[in-house]
Design a protein around this ligand. Structure first.
Ligand code: KIV
Ligand code: ZN
Length: 386
């Protein structure tokens, strides 16, 4: 039996921090409804205190979106916590997510607080949030660059104060997988009440390892992953939801963990977020990039026509695509060429096929990709000669 990992989607909060990706209230509600169809466990709908628009987005999502828990971010300040509650109070399931840094770099240069002051504030704000609702999350911002014994101390104190989820962010994407996994393991080994809470992770992708860090955390006991659609987010972005979900699903044999995500909704959700935010998905992006299920090599195409498992570890249908794509080009072989002509309704004799294939190869040397129209011309001219 697999362990179920909670998916906390922060496309509407951290994702919106991608430069130029801001969304209006209607757009946020539309994305939130699609996230509910996708089956995420928690939607971080925004940061209610930050602007009237964000407050309204959290309020509307809390009222209108059914299924997931709706969450608002709040700094560890009374006015933020109160505002988050105001926005969330109509939700059937609500969570306040409050945070404060634990690294000396942040405490000294940004917050100008001692470690003791920060721990006290964290406890007080968790208690304040708990006075409004039972579901409270606390994040130790910049945890991966913090002194580990202080991290353990803060975690123990905020769990005792009533936080049910403890989030460990790699805020600046500095951690590497083995190290980050060890940080999570250390929490279970060293914090006496750690098992009373869900340990969550929130990884940024500055070094390109946000998904790897999140997977390492899961292996070491994390029960919630914070992520975004298409991996959008501050700077180089966050852990990508589709990669973590399909990683767990495809390698269930290894991770022995899964999520409740309806994966057939992934492609549709990716397209919606890309359209609304204007953030184009790179073609070679894992899972949702245009090339993720496209095959160009003749050897691969031949294998796939014989059996899909030769070169596909996931079925395109599993993320809601109709089928994988065979790119017709100079590397394509006779087998794929014949198959594509048959798909287009042409059944050629061996001789006709040989001639048509020769012309196709010549054309393919001059063009990046051969389209249906090109094939139609080649075949009709060949047939006319016969
Ligand atoms: O990256 C970060 O540390 C955050 C926190 C607010 C969770 O986004
Ligand atoms: Zn973040």
């Amino acid at each position: 039996m697999e362990r179920m990992i909670r998916i906390f989607d922060t496309t509407l909060r951290d994702g919106e921090q991608s430069p130029g990706a801001s969304m209006n209230v209607e757009e946020k509600v539309m994305v939130a409804k699609q996230l509910a169809r996708l089956g995420v466990d928690i939607i971080e709908a925004g940061f209610a205190y930050s602007s009237p628009g964000d407050f309204e987005a959290v309020r509307r999502i809390a009222l209108e979106v059914e299924g997931p828990t709706v969450c608002s971010l709040a700094r560890a300040r009374p006015e933020d916590i109160d505002r988050a509650w105001e926005a969330l109070k109509g939700a059937p399931k609500a969570r306040i997510h409050t945070f404060l840094s634990t690294s000396d770099i942040h405490l000294k240069h940004q917050f100008r607080m001692t470690r003791e002051e920060a721990k006290k504030r964290a406890v007080e704000m968790v208690q304040r949030a708990r006075s409004y609702m039972p579901d409270v999350e606390f994040s130790l911002m910049d945890a991966s660059r913090s002194d580990q014994s202080y991290v353990y101390e803060v975690i123990e104190a905020v769990i005792a104060a009533g936080a049910g989820t403890i989030n460990i962010p790699d805020t600046v994407g500095y951690a590497v997988p083995q190290e980050f996994g060890a940080l999570i393991k250390g929490i279970f080994d060293k914090v006496p009440n750690a098992k009373q809470a869900v340990i969550s992770v929130h990884c940024h992708n500055d070094l390109g390892v946000a998904v790897a860090n999140s997977l390492a955390a899961i292996v070491n006991g994390a029960g919630q992953v914070e992520c975004t659609i298409n991996g959008i987010g501050e700077r180089a972005g966050n852990t990508s939801l589709e990669e973590i979900v399909m990683g767990l699903r495809t390698r269930k044999d290894f991770y022995r963990a899964d999520t409740g995500i309806r994966t057939e909704e992934i492609a549709k959700t990716s397209r919606l977020v890309s359209k609304i935010t204007g953030m184009v998905v790179q073609p070679n992006k894992a899972i949702v990039g245009a090339n993720a299920f496209a095959h160009t090599s003749g050897i691969h195409q031949d294998g796939l026509l014989k059996d899909k498992t030769t070169y596909e570890i996931m079925r395109p249908e599993s993320i809601g695509l109709i089928e994988s794509k065979m790119v017709m080009g100079k590397l394509s072989g006779r087998h794929a060429f014949r198959q594509r002509l048959e798909d287009l309704g042409y059944k050629l004799s061996d001789e006709e096929l040989n001639h048509a294939f020769e012309r196709f190869k010549k054309l393919a040397d001059q063009k990046k990709e051969i389209f249906e129209e090109d094939l139609e011309v080649i075949v009709s001219e060949e047939l006319a000669k016969m």
